[in-house]
Design a protein around this ligand. Structure first.
Ligand SMILES: Cc1ncc(C[n+]2csc(CCOP(=O)(O)OP(=O)(O)O)c2C)c(N)n1
Ligand SMILES: [Mg+2]
Length: 540
């Protein structure tokens, strides 16, 4: 006898969501989705609510990124869903298994002009792996199963379902959903063997590992592959921290010599996009190891591009038994460049200046961050510096917006991180411009007792736009913000706490107060508006 579940659409949805390991929802109220709330309320299923739907989707994405399981945002019909589209798009670019469940105007009078009536599916289809309208109440569990299976199947990504009012409010009894079965893609073993041989026999090989290595739970296998073949590893995105600081094969500062001198570059679990010079590593041969055939770069002629489960691919590479070149000299040379870079960074992070330079903020922050702290970047130059100066000690602790580069992730990511880790330090690094997108959600954090520390690099400008525009035109427009604005007072007004810091000597004590406070706390650091992050390209 199969188990039955019964109730309204919300009850059926919740049963299916739980079968897939969803343990909370992020939402902003709307009558179209009340049955989902009712089901959660009856079952003591946590509901976290926000002040803008983008924060709900970003919170769900943080859960998905950090825990490698589905994150859920429930959005009301029409504007609720459209406000969530930048979040969905970010999740699409980041391969994050997010499910957005939307309310939807009633189907029975579709076209008559109901409140908030719009067909969401064509709007979200290009940025989701699965997008559908559930047309019958008894279809809800199966549709959730299809949506989540798509989201969790490599290459991962978001899914969307909307539920017409009468579908969600009606009752049915249906078979309980079975355990999820997520297909595993097997790479071509010949391609894997060729990639392993190319790496093992190269004179000067380099590995660059990205977010899908974390998302595919292949960190240990990456480390094993690097260690057996003795290959230096650079990381980006969620791959950061894959090799702990101090690991003899872990590198960050020697990227320029590594990539200009390498003869083989293996890029693993990340696209060959602008962050990696679009995969142009001439004269090196490029190996692109991806988690699904769809992720092979069309614009680069890779020497070989194995596509499949990254854990299995990397385990196979770690087991390579063929000929191997000694890379000790190559690694030693890069280590010297790495150490020189670290010395330069340490000087910048300790430098006294008035006004404070962003580097010093990170120098002080490094002293108070625990190894398992989650750091979140939301901003322009201030976050570029965070990427340079913060060194995640563990994988899965650094959240950046990813290649879509959407400002406004800060408070949503912070909420998802705090829900994931009730006892860790959660620290948001925010530009003052970025603050405008989500700071109102400090109220949501205060009200729901979700303490986080927010460090604003307050240069009074959209720095990453102002400096390049000045360089390009000799003038700038639409790039100024109010200088010295009291973002700490904003968070205080919302029920949290904070302070403004103008002198570098005051940074350390302020950060300690923030982490000890147990409430959402904003440290508003007035930073030098003349300081521009050094970039090779002016366009961001
Ligand atoms: C939603 C969104 N709007 C606009 C941009 C373009 N943009 C990228 S960085 C940036 C400036 C960010 O300024 P701020 O957060 O103050 O950081 P700063 O560069 O000053 O350190 C802008 C406007 C974007 N990436 N995302
Ligand atoms: Mg700024």
């Amino acid at each position: 006898m199969t188990d039955k579940i019964e109730g309204h659409g919300g009850d059926l949805a919740l049963a299916a969501l739980r079968a897939y390991g969803v343990t909370e929802m992020f939402t902003l109220s709307g009558g179209h989705v009340f049955p989902i709330y009712d089901a959660a309320h009856k079952a003591d299923f946590p509901i976290y609510d926000v002040r803008h739907e983008q924060s709900a989707v970003f919170a769900a994405e943080a859960v998905a990124k950090l825990q490698r399981r589905p994150g859920l945002a429930v959005l009301t019909a029409g504007p609720g869903v459209t406000n969530g589209i930048s979040g969905l798009t970010s999740a699409f670019f980041n391969a994050s298994p997010v499910l957005v469940m939307g309310g939807r105007a009633p189907a029975f009078r579709w076209g008559s002009g109901s409140l908030q009536e719009i067909d969401h599916v064509p709007l979200v289809a290009p940025v989701t792996k699965y997008a559908a309208t559930v047309t019958a109440t008894d279809e809800i569990p199966a549709e959730i199963g299809r949506a989540l299976t798509a989201a969790l199947t490599a290459h991962r990504g978001p899914a969307f379902l909307d539920l017409p009012l009468e579908v969600l409010f009606s009752s049915e009894d249906v078979a309980a959903p079975g355990a999820p079965a997520v297909p595993v893609i097997e790479a071509d073993p010949d391609e894997v063997a060729r990639a392993a041989a190319l790496l093992a026999e190269a004179e000067r090989p380099v590995i660059i590992a990205g977010s899908d290595v974390w998302g595919g739970n292949a960190i240990d296998e990456l480390r094993a592959a690097a260690e057996t073949l003795q290959i230096p590893v650079f990381t980006n995105g969620m791959g950061r921290g894959a090799l702990p600081p101090g690991h003899p094969l872990g590198f960050a500062k020697a990227r320029r010599p590594a990539l200009s001198e390498a003869d083989v570059v293996a890029v693993i679990g990340t696209p060959l996009d602008f962050r990696l010079n679009f995969g142009e590593f001439d004269p090196a041969q490029v190996i692109h190891i991806v988690d699904a055939p769809s992720q092979r770069a069309g614009h680069v002629q890779a020497a070989v591009s194995p596509a499949g489960d990254l854990r299995r691919i990397l385990a196979a590479i770690a087991g390579h038994t063929g000929k191997r070149t000694d890379h000790a000299e190559w690694i030693n040379g890069l280590r010297a460049a790495e150490d020189a870079g670290k010395t330069r960074d340490a000087e910048a992070m300790a430098a006294e200046s008035d006004p404070i330079k962003p580097a010093r903020v990170y120098g002080e922050l490094r002293k108070v961050l625990a190894p398992d702290a989650v750091t979140i970047g939301d901003g322009g130059d201030f976050v570029s510096y965070a990427g340079r100066y913060l060194e995640p000690a563990q994988p899965g602790t650094w959240l950046d917006p990813g290649p879509y580069g959407c400002l406004g992730t800060g408070m949503g990511y912070a909420m998802g991180a705090r829900v994931t880790y009730p006892d860790r330090q959660i620290c948001v690094l925010m530009g003052d411009g970025a603050a405008g997108f989500s700071l109102m959600d400090a109220e949501s954090l205060v009200r729901q007792n979700l303490p986080v520390v927010i460090v604003v690099g307050n240069n009074g400008i959209w720095g990453l736009e102002k400096h390049p525009m000045r360089a390009m035109y000799g003038y700038d427009v639409a790039a100024d913000l109010q200088p010295g604005l009291r973002y700490d007072d904003v968070v205080k007004a919302l029920g949290g706490a904070g302070e403004t810091v103008e002198k570098s000597a005051d940074l350390g004590p302020a950060l300690n107060r923030a982490f000890d406070s147990g409430v959402p706390y904003l440290v508003n650091v007035l930073t030098d508006p003349e300081d521009a992050y050094p970039r090779s390209s002016n366009l961001a």
